[in-house]
Design a protein. Structure first.
Length: 255
């Protein structure tokens, strides 16, 4: 695990850097998760293992710091990831974002197209109505969620079926997540409308669905706008639960 110090907010962002050839793949995790937990098995899949991979734990999540003065907005998260990529000298990466991470990836690709050569988003929140978990968090006052709501979410997650691999590790990454960061990220997601931004991007894009999430209202607009779609079988939104198929979807999306 490595860290990058963001001086302006006095915080360290943690990331894993797997050596390999170009192009570099950069991975951003979803709400309450961590790239350091979700993606290592995926990036070591035979079809991806030859490429350099950067696994970013967003501020407030995983091993990264929890700066109280940080806004945790999509734009602020995107800017912090952009600064890390600038620090590492990475341009034209294959940027992979899941859920919240997909929304951040869209904002990043729009703001800094020099950094992104190919955008791969796995069920991002394109419109406020997509943000199911985030909405349940955002409707709570910030102080209430920080004091009580986050612990209640962890307790709820611990009751989910233990045999379901898609949720088995989620209570662990939730416990590592900053309640303040979770709430502010959720509020930003529920305020965001990214469909037009995504479709206007002038870079190769791929959209990934979990098979159990279909049918989905975004499928028809994606097809009409010529965006390639990949489907991960046997899972829904938590597609990291099928790492081999998720890795195959990422690898097969390369232009």
């Amino acid at each position: 695990m490595q860290t990058y110090f963001l001086q302006e907010i006095n915080a360290h962002m943690s990331f894993l850097d797997f050596a390999g050839q170009a192009p570099t793949f950069v991975y951003i995790h979803g709400m309450g998760s961590a790239s350091s937990a979700d993606f290592p098995v995926i990036v070591r899949h035979p079809r991806l293992a030859t490429y350099r991979a950067i696994l970013v734990d967003l501020l407030g999540y995983g091993y990264s710091d929890r700066p109280g003065a940080f806004s945790y907005s999509l734009e602020a998260h995107a800017e912090s990831v952009a600064k890390l990529l600038d620090h590492l000298g990475i341009q034209g990466c294959h940027l992979v974002g899941h859920s919240l991470g997909g929304s951040i990836a869209i904002v990043l690709a729009d703001a800094r197209p020099d950094l992104v050569g190919h955008l791969i988003v796995a069920e991002p929140n394109l419109e406020p109505e997509d943000a199911t978990l985030s909405r349940s968090i955002a409707v709570q006052p910030e102080e209430e969620y920080v004091e009580n709501g986050h612990a209640m979410l962890i307790a709820e997650a611990e009751t989910w079926p233990a045999e379901d691999p898609s949720v088995a590790s989620y209570p662990k990454t939730l416990r590592a997540a900053d309640p303040l960061g979770m709430h502010r990220s959720a509020v930003s997601l529920t305020d965001a409308s990214l469909s037009a931004v995504f479709f206007d991007l002038q870079i190769p894009r791929t959209y990934v669905f979990g098979a159990l999430s279909l049918p989905d209202s975004h499928e028809a607009p994606l097809r009409s706008n010529g965006v390639p779609i990949k489907i991960v079988p046997d899972v829904g939104h938590a597609m990291v639960a099928n790492p081999e198929s998720f890795a195959n979807a990422i690898a097969s999306s390369m232009p």
